[in-house]
Design a protein around this ligand. Sequence first.
Ligand code: A5P
Length: 229
Amino acid sequence: MARALDAGAVLAQKRDAAARAAALVQPGMVVGLGSGSTARLALEEIARRLAEGSLREVIGIPTSLATAELARARGVPLADLDERPVVDLTIDGADEVGPAGQLLKGGGGALVREKIVAAASRRLVIVVDETKQVDRIARRQPLPVAVTAFGWSTHLDAVRALGGDPALRRDAAGRPYTTDEGLYILDCRFPAGIAEPAAAERTLKARPGVVETGLFFGFSPEVIVGRGR
Ligand code: A5P
């Protein structure tokens, strides 16, 4: 189990992981730009290297509208997957890193685009602080499940049958939160984690209306755990 870290130490580790990942970006690469606070730090570092001239001709593939907006603000050239369907390297964060490179993602709501970009990537680099490491996936963070707004509540009993406690994600005004694709998210708590995540993924993905889950398997990610303090 990860030790508790104060906010300053967490930020220092995120910065370290982001900088080490950004250093992997080479001139001419198509780079998947992840979402969340750690991926944002990596994007800032890539933008800094482009601005100072130590990096050039990079094309970013953003995994969310928020990341696209930040990249544009920092002058990072962008394309979409229809223009550049093969991504050389994606740098993204994660909410949990479990055994054998299992990932839990989607705390920021970008799981659908993140998974599509990860699947299109030759290399997936995940940047985390040490608190994200778990011995069983979904033990600490709820599993986000992106579903169509139509019929969203039909999935609640299926999540409960898996041992989860689902809750519809809401925005600050109490309205259902919607993803960049206009989907709803069910945040599913599993008090003891998910013992058989691959089976849970199959069960959930088989349901009409379930678009994606935050379980990322089979991507062979290179996980960079930040160092410091
Ligand atoms: C976004 O939807 C998520 O998958 C993020 O990658 C994840 O929440 C990690 O975010 P932080 O780096 O902010 O912890």
